[in-house]
Design a protein around this ligand. Structure first.
Ligand code: PXP
Length: 255
């Protein structure tokens, strides 16, 4: 019987803050969403404190770091400001992402090769503080290699291109990107890195990613918060977990 590896679900609650900030004030509260996600069986909470503070605020991060009983995955740009916030709150993990003011969301992975010196400077004190480091990258062999050389603990593979191909109904692009994700996951885990994936995942796209045995964590936000409007956050999380579990079980029995 092949070993069944657990697949964790990290729930990204950024877009509860997006709705709050559309009106100002304190409601809806992303920390309440994090507590509910914990009750619904999430394994972790992800939040991205963007430099422009368009959704999550400094106060949200402080409350998430102190009040929820789940590991916090702190998404951050590779800047000294974010480094000092991470060192103050000591989340379970810091996931470094590229950030552009003009973008609607994180559009691509980090350029670990071109940004090596700055990344090194930002991640060294974070690692020294005992915080796990994750680099959000596209599924490219050279980026995986560079991430490993930098001493990261984790890579998170950007699934945005894969999800766009699905939305466009472009089967050839979908298959090609899924293959890249499978190959990058195998390469990274062969190098001893922990492998996560996320961005744009939905009920329609999660299963093939959940079936990649090397992937141990998915971080999912926008779709779950949107689906929560219709079925509640607990219902949305339960259905997502069910799909993840089925895909992983089937993949394990195929192995
Ligand atoms: N992982 C990372 C590194 C991200 O930047 C994001 C988006 O903030 C996600 C996962 C979640 O993406 P989505 O909200 O599209 O599910």
């Amino acid at each position: 019987m092949p070993k069944f590896e657990k697949l964790r679900l990290g729930v990204n609650i950024d877009h509860v803050a997006t709705i709050r900030n559309a009106r100002g004030g304190g409601l809806p509260d992303p920390v309440r969403a994090a507590e509910l996600a914990a009750q619904a069986g999430a394994d972790g909470i992800t939040a991205h404190l963007r430099e422009d503070r368009r959704h999550i605020s400094d106060n949200d991060i402080e409350r998430l770091a102190n009040n929820i009983g789940l590991p916090l995955n702190f998404e951050m740009a590779a800047t000294e400001e974010m480094q000092s916030i991470a060192l103050r709150h000591r989340p379970n993990a810091c996931c470094l992402v590229p950030e552009k003011r003009q973008e609607v969301t994180t559009e691509g992975g980090l350029d670990v090769i071109g940004g090596r010196d700055n990344l090194q400077k930002i991640i060294a004190p974070i690692k020294d503080a005992g915080i796990r480091v994750s680099l959000f990258i596209d599924p490219e062999a050279a980026q995986v290699e560079a991430a490993h050389a930098l001493g990261t603990d984790i890579i998170e593979m950007h699934t945005g291109t894969y999800c766009h191909a699905h939305a466009d109904g472009d089967q050839a692009a979908f298959d090609a990107e899924l293959l890249r994700l499978q190959q990058a996951a195998a390469q990274a885990s062969g190098l001893g890195l922990e492998v996560h994936a996320g961005h744009g995942l939905s009920f329609g796209t999660v299963s093939p990613i959940a079936a990649i045995n090397a992937v141990v964590e998915l971080n999912i936000g926008h779709f779950l918060i949107g689906e929560a409007i219709f079925v509640g956050l607990e219902g949305a999380i339960a259905q997502m977990r069910g799909l993840m579990l089925d895909a992983r079980r089937n993949a394990s029995s195929d192995a």
